[in-house]
Design a protein around this ligand. Structure first.
Ligand code: PLP
Length: 402
């Protein structure tokens, strides 16, 4: 299999003349090869400029090549990268303390952090925490249809998209799925084998579907009544993306455990499981781990992200710029409505318009968005996106849709 970009002469040169695809083909054929970025802008190998309204799927929330994050990574790389989990390091310790403070300020109480490298790994840690909390025979986890929790086997089992499980059967046991937004469907699945419920407050990959706060509050009440853990996957919604530090703050709940990744590193691969102290304490030394849990390098990026997000009021920026983008898109006749929160938005196209016909044309024009399904364009630009960039993107979308 050759990738389209590798058939392009310029790209061939960049790839030292290779005419075959060097990657295992799990990602399909990439249409563009990028070389550099700055803020909301990206440039491909031919020098063409793009506006990135996807941020590497809600990752680069402070923009590409953010100077503060870059400096922190560089300084840390010149000081200390890694020491193993036989020892502590000052950077990871500071980052964990700050995450606990943010969670406490968000009303989730006092807790503890386990660092890892991705969203899927954070969810694997959450699955193991739920199983240890439940004990033998009480290991099942209920998640929602349409959810997305990652690609490792456990996180995939947690993902409520049975079609994605098929080729990997048999899947791990102990996962079941409720209708997102339907409390009766959740209640009907609870039996003595269930340990936890795990939800996103906005299903990002599922089409930017926001949970009604009444629903999430009912879920929390039900979990409390039945003694189940409530775990919220904030991998896509966390770190100011939705206009608050965490998506659960919109939902009016205080979860027992939360998973993070994506925006917390601004592109540095890092994730985390946070759990309230009484829940975290079910884990004992040896129950979980990772060589790269809490490396000084990754957590230096986390510290820089938190400090920059505070300085810029990134949550406030998401609200303000999200409103501008929503307003501009809502005026377009081929857009039925815009949903989501802050700068995690889904523009629902009217009947008869398919994202497959829109998204590639926008890319050709220099705007990166994502057709999250056949009828929804997902927009998640950096939270630092400017008014002018938003207006430019709206103009491009308007011209394609007309
Ligand atoms: N959870 C949610 C809500 C996600 O959106 C994603 C990725 O899109 C994941 C988990 C998996 O994260 P990662 O790709 O870092 O493993």
């Amino acid at each position: 299999m050759t990738h389209q970009f590798l058939e392009n002469e310029t790209a061939k040169k960049v790839n030292a003349g290779h005419d075959y695809c060097p990657f295992i083909p799990v990602f399909g054929s990439p249409p563009v090869m990028f070389e550099k970025g700055k803020g909301t802008e990206l440039w491909d190998v031919t020098g063409k400029r793009y506006l990135d309204f996807l941020s590497g799927i809600a990752v680069v929330s402070l923009g590409h090549a953010n100077p503060v994050v870059a400096q922190a990574i560089s300084d840390q790389a010149n000081t200390l990268l890694h020491v193993s989990n036989f020892f502590a390091n000052t950077t990871a310790t500071k980052a964990a303390v700050q995450i606990n403070e943010l969670m406490s300020d968000a009303g989730a109480g006092s807790g503890q952090v386990f660092f890892c490298n991705s969203g899927a790994e954070a969810n694997e840690a959450a699955i193991k925490l739920a199983r240890k909390f439940g004990g033998r025979g009480r290991h099942a986890i209920i998640s929602a249809f349409g959810s997305f929790h990652g690609r490792t086997l456990g996180a995939l089992a947690l993902t409520g998209q049975p079609a994605k499980h098929e080729i990997f059967q048999p899947m791990p046991d102990g996962f079941r799925y409720c209708e997102f937004g339907d409390i009766a469907s959740l209640e009907a699945l609870i039996d003595p084998t269930v340990a936890a419920v795990m939800l996103e407050t906005i299903q990002g990959e599922g089409g930017v579907i926001q949970a009604d706060p009444q629903y999430t509050q009912a879920v929390q009440a039900l979990c409390k009544e039945r003694g189940l853990l409530l775990i919220i996957d904030e991998v896509q919604t966390g770190f100011c993306r939705t206009g608050k530090w965490f998506g659960f703050e919109h939902a009016g709940i205080s979860p027992d455990a939360v998973t993070f990744a994506k925006g917390m590193g601004n592109g540095m691969p890092v994730g985390a499981l946070w759990a309230r102290r009484d829940i975290a304490s079910v884990f004992e030394p040896g129950d979980h781990g990772s060589t790269y849990s809490g490396t000084a390098l990754a957590t230096a990026a986390v510290l820089a992200v938190i400090s920059e997000m505070k300085r810029l009021d990134a949550a406030g920026l998401a609200v303000k710029q999200g409103a501008r983008l929503t307003q501009g898109l809502s005026k377009l006749s081929k857009i039925d409505h815009v949903r989501g929160s802050g700068l995690l938005l889904g523009a629902q196209l009217v009947a008869g318009v398919d994202t497959k016909d829109v998204v590639p044309v926008l890319l050709e024009m220099g705007l990166i968005v994502n057709g999250v399904n056949a009828t929804t364009i997902r927009l998640a630009p950096p939270l630092t996106v400017s008014d002018a960039e938003i207006d430019e993107a709206i103009e491009m979308i308007a011209s394609v849709l007309s």
